[in-house]
Design a protein around this ligand. Structure first.
Ligand code: SF4
Length: 342
């Protein structure tokens, strides 16, 4: 019997990435933070656009380390509200040298974040280095001026500025990609965002939006069961609103829906719905085998790829065009192995 070889993965998407994760020696101590997952695995699937904001603003290497320094200011006092209501606290953060506090690079990192948000308009996602006062996506430690921890956290200054300008771009920290569910979620968003760019944005129309919505039905349902109906209400506005406004509203809600984590219950629900399209065409014995696999998946005995592979075979052989085009069946290349681990 001939062995079928899987096609080589195609590099169709460019990801922004913190340079140190690729092994570039750009850290304050002259070292790097090489990520074997990025270098050995993701490099086969994506082009990388490495960025080191600290090097880019001229800090050089080796260099004095920097950190987030901040204080909590009462917003009701700032805005002059009555002192009878409990004041909200607003965290004000600067990025300064750990030895020389007069080295303040907050504005330089912020401006560079804004600059790169336009320069990297072509990327389909961004992988950032965690805990960095420049690149950290969230939860970077904030210190008092005296060097003691403030007990608060914030994003790195560059990452914050970049994400403010690109709120819909899929962004994740390398450390979080070690969690199989977060990792699968990130790459589902990366490929879905890329699909949006290449279909709807490439030739914007109300029909393109309706088609995108229809082909993503079960992907949306797996992440947010009520999401398909809610997004459908956006699509239904049709020409009552301008196309530009409609696409903007849809993409915002779509990316927010995908950010929700799909779980075994919601995947089971989506697979059962899809099976409904072919259950009359599939032999009872085979159908029962798939139902058993879906139940084993639901009970955490097998990974998602097990029932999904069989379901895809059924859909390929017996499904109509509508169900065969569902992106949920193939949200990212199988060779990435993302559904083998969830
Ligand atoms: S975390 Fe960001 S700023 Fe720090 S070395 Fe890596 S790429 Fe450069």
């Amino acid at each position: 019997m001939a062995i079928v070889t899987l096609p080589e993965p195609e590099k169709q998407i460019t990801l922004g990435i913190s340079s140190c994760l690729l092994g570039h020696k750009v850290r304050y101590n002259g070292g790097h933070k090489r990520s074997s997952f990025c270098v050995n695995t993701l490099d086969n699937f994506f082009h990388f656009e490495p960025v080191c904001p600290e090097m880019a603003i001229g800090l050089g290497t080796p260099r004095e380390p920097i950190r987030l320094v901040g204080e909590l200011a009462a917003t009701s006092q700032i805005s002059g509200q009555s002192s009878s209501s409990a004041p909200d606290k607003q965290l004000e953060v600067r990025v300064v040298g750990t030895e020389d506090a007069s080295l303040d690079v907050t504005d330089a990192l912020t401006q560079y974040g804004h600059q790169m948000s336009s320069q990297l308009a072509h990327i389909g996602g961004y992988i950032l280095m965690q805990k960095s006062p420049s690149c950290g996506m969230e939860r970077v430690k904030v210190y008092h001026e005296n060097g003691h921890p403030l007990g608060e956290s914030a994003p790195g200054a560059y990452a914050r500025a970049f994400m403010e300008k690109n709120p819909l771009l899929p962004v994740e920290e390398e450390g979080r990609l070690h969690d199989p569910i977060l990792c699968e979620n990130f790459f589902t968003r990366v490929y879905a965002y890329d699909c949006w760019q290449k279909t709807v944005l490439a030739a914007p129309s109300y029909a393109a939006l309706a088609d995108f919505h229809a082909t993503h039905k079960y992907m949306i349902m797996a992440h947010y069961p009520q999401g398909y109906e809610l997004l459908g209400q956006v699509v239904a506005k049709g020409s009552k609103v301008s196309l530009e406004a409609l696409l903007g509203e849809y993409l915002l809600s779509f990316m927010s829906a995908l950010k929700r984590r799909a779980n075994r219950k919601s995947h089971t629900n989506a697979m059962m719905h899809i099976l409904g399209y072919v259950k009359k065409s599939v032999d009872g014995k085979e159908r029962n085998q798939l139902l058993k696999l879906i139940e084993e998946y639901r009970q955490e005995m097998v990974p998602l790829i097990a029932p999904m592979s069989m379901l895809r075979c059924f859909i390929e052989s017996h499904g109509n065009e509508y169900i065969q085009r569902q992106t949920y069946l193939n949200p990212h290349p199988d060779q990435l192995g993302l559904r083998n681990r969830i």
